[in-house]
Design a protein around this ligand. Structure first.
Ligand SMILES: Cc1ncc(COP(=O)(O)O)c(C=O)c1O
Length: 465
């Protein structure tokens, strides 16, 4: 097993109060006067938290398998990250926040060369950085539109009419363009990306949206071996619908965006052959394939990028990232790099200090073999979840995962909420996905002993339910 333990990490969760505890509620009342604090699980003691264990302000020590919504790469307060900070290694990025498109520090170029391009998905040589996942998607679809319009104009400059019409939001050729996304998907909450998001009404309610087409996502059932024929048929139906949608698009569809595993929408998986066929279809229609790896990227699925498991000869055109990568952005092929400057741009264009942290994180991942560790730990986790579902048949089903990016289902949303609460009361910080899944998004330092503890807490909570 390659995962290295973190010195001083608690040996197990230990609870002093119910969750949320009294100090959390006190802070929530103060905080809630100015910000919406209703979503907060607990207020955290940022300095006491270590490795896989979150410590809250009530001194509860919780095993964290949610990882700040899949955004915690090497656990809390990794000693090497703190040592790098204290050694002055981040000083170049700490004194001010630069506008990276105007006057970037020299060190940024070195960071891009040394780290950001080292981890780039195979075949993608261009990089755009921003800060969040929504912005990553927002700009990735702009890149697809820019490329689509360039091809449509045969490389000619935009007409005076186009330039005048776009200033009045009346550029008919551009307003007709669309991006296809899948039912159940989550691609962000900014107004463009939100039109691609299809997971929950509460995210979309009352916001204007583009009338872009949606294709059903395959309804793959687990265990795979027991449902092979129906899973294949379900994938084939989605691919047929995708092909028909692209045909009906009349040349106005610029891209298809897909998550390698639907992360918010209920941990829905599809097979590598489904994605290979999607690549073939998008290529045949000359439409960009965007792999949204905001949640799956960064190693937890057992490869740095989840789409590596698809076995593509022809890579996705664009791959978005954020979360475990600490800053947001996308990689793309030369073809999707904007031909003119300022087409895709903003003030910060990323965040050097997050990039500097990412460099240390990648060093830790490589030195400690954390991706292989996630693969190995994930096998143990899914095997244990399958066993747990057998012991709690009728309550749990559908154990599945890639690496430690794993989930299990209960029968409905009410049971999901009750189980999530029972787990937190027993010291497991965990999240839901979709309407009836419990999702695992631990840090890459989550090892077999943490699996054993998480499973024991789950077992106990299920018995109590
Ligand atoms: C696949 C995917 N895309 C985009 C986003 C949006 O990222 P952010 O919340 O950083 O804007 C998320 C967030 O959960 C996501 O899971």
């Amino acid at each position: 097993m390659t995962t290295k333990t973190i010195p001083g990490e608690p040996t197990r969760a230990s609870m002093k109060t119910a969750i949320p505890g009294p100090r959390t509620e006190e802070l929530r009342a103060r905080h809630g006067r100015h910000q919406d604090a209703r979503t907060v699980h607990v207020y955290q003691d940022a300095q006491k938290s270590l490795g896989n264990y979150l410590v809250d302000v009530d001194d509860n020590v919780m095993l964290d398998v949610y990882g700040h919504i899949a955004a915690l790469p090497v656990g809390y307060n990794h000693p090497d990250l703190l040592a790098a900070w204290r050694s002055g290694r981040f000083d170049w990025a700490a004194g001010y926040r630069p506008a990276l498109g105007i006057a970037p520090p020299r060190e940024w170029v070195e960071l891009v060369e040394r780290t950001m391009m080292k981890i780039a998905p195979r075949g993608l040589t261009k990089l755009m950085t921003v800060t969040t996942g929504s912005e990553a998607v927002e700009n990735a679809i702009k890149a697809a539109f820019v490329r689509h319009a360039r091809v449509r104009r045969g490389g000619a400059a935009p007409s005076a009419e186009d330039l005048a019409a776009c200033m009045n939001n009346a550029q008919a050729s551009a307003n007709a363009l669309a991006i296809v996304s899948f039912e159940g998907s989550f691609h962000g909450r900014s107004l463009g990306s939100l039109s691609l998001t299809r997971s929950k009404a509460i995210h979309k309610l009352d916001f204007p949206a583009f009338p872009w087409p949606m294709v059903r996502f395959p309804d793959v059932k687990f265990p795979l071996a027991a449902h092979a024929a129906e899973n294949r048929a379900s994938e084939a139906r989605s691919l047929e619908q995708l092909d028909a949608t692209l045909k009906a698009g009349g040349g106005n569809i610029a891209a298809v965006i897909v998550e390698p595993i639907q992360g918010e929408g209920g941990d829905r998986h599809a097979s590598p052959s489904f994605f290979r066929e999607m690549r073939r279809i998008t290529r045949a229609h000359d439409v960009a394939l965007i792999a949204d790896e905001v949640q799956t990227g960064g190693g937890a699925t057992g490869t740095f990028w989840a789409h590596e498991a698809w076995g593509l000869d022809d890579p996705p055109d664009i791959v978005t990232f954020s979360k475990k990568m600490q800053l947001g952005g996308y990689y793309c092929t030369e073809e999707y790099a904007a031909p003119e400057p300022f087409r895709i741009f903003n003030t910060f264009l990323g965040d050097p200090i997050r990039g500097a942290q990412l460099e240390v994180i990648v060093e830790i991942m490589e030195r400690d073999g954390l991706i292989a560790g996630a693969r190995e730990t994930g096998e143990v986790l899914v095997r244990e979840l399958v066993g747990l579902a057998e012991r709690h048949a009728g309550l749990l089903e559908g154990a599945r995962g890639a690496g430690t990016f794993a989930a299990i289902d209960v029968k409905d949303a009410a049971t999901q909420l009750r189980l999530l609460d029972a787990l937190r009361q027993r010291g497991l910080e965990v999240g839901g996905s979709g309407t009836r899944s419990i999702r695992f998004r631990p840090a890459l330092v989550f090892g077999p002993r943490h699996v054993a503890e998480a499973i024991s807490i789950l077992d106990d909570a299920c018995k109590a339910l």
